[in-house]
Design a protein around this ligand. Sequence first.
Ligand SMILES: C[S@@+](CC[C@H](N)C(=O)[O-])C[C@H]1O[C@@H](n2cnc3c(N)ncnc32)[C@H](O)[C@@H]1O
Length: 202
Amino acid sequence: MCCQVLRQPYWWIAIHVLFLPTAVTLLTLQLPSWLYLLTVLLLALVFWGTVKGDVPLFLSSTAVATAVADIVDREKATAFADLGAGVGSVAVPLAQHRRLIVDAWEYAPLPWLITAWRCRKLPNATVKRVSLWDCNLGCYEVVFAFLSPLVMVKLGEKIIAEMPSGSLFISSSFPIPNWEPESIVAIKDRRKTILFCYRIRF
Ligand SMILES: C[S@@+](CC[C@H](N)C(=O)[O-])C[C@H]1O[C@@H](n2cnc3c(N)ncnc32)[C@H](O)[C@@H]1O
């Protein structure tokens, strides 16, 4: 009810309830003010566009990276794109173990820096601090994304406009509305991740 009035998701109730007690507790601790500034700066560097509604950082598990690597092997792919690479949980293991061109897009500064650092000795990997909406997917046999239900329709439009016929799009956790996946892979990780695999056909 309260969330309907405020037009907010239900989990905001927890934030409203915890806000005041947390503020009072932190005040009594009398922490130096620069610590708050540092925390805000760090959060901004990690969650960059989240305040304006963009996708936040969640990390894929090792099991997801292994499953994606198996799919890439099966597809005999030579070029792979990771849209919103985070700290490289999928892109880095793929680039490490395979003779595969790996291009990763990540625009939040700190995750981008971590992925770029992890890829520094991998000549087959490129990590771009550019919005994924500005990339072109025309040369990839497999594209991976773990984003948000809010962007799946727009992402579907981009994929159908740019990915070549016969290529494969893998979406972690979130299906593209009204698209029929070629296969669905259930991962046995803590989050029980589902990979939705879409074959691009014209
Ligand atoms: C849910 S996380 C997934 C991270 C990583 N792919 C993984 O599986 O561990 C989504 C990532 O997409 C990034 N992101 C969101 N919108 C983006 C955009 N427009 N361009 C590039 N990266 C974006 C976020 O900063 C975040 O790191």
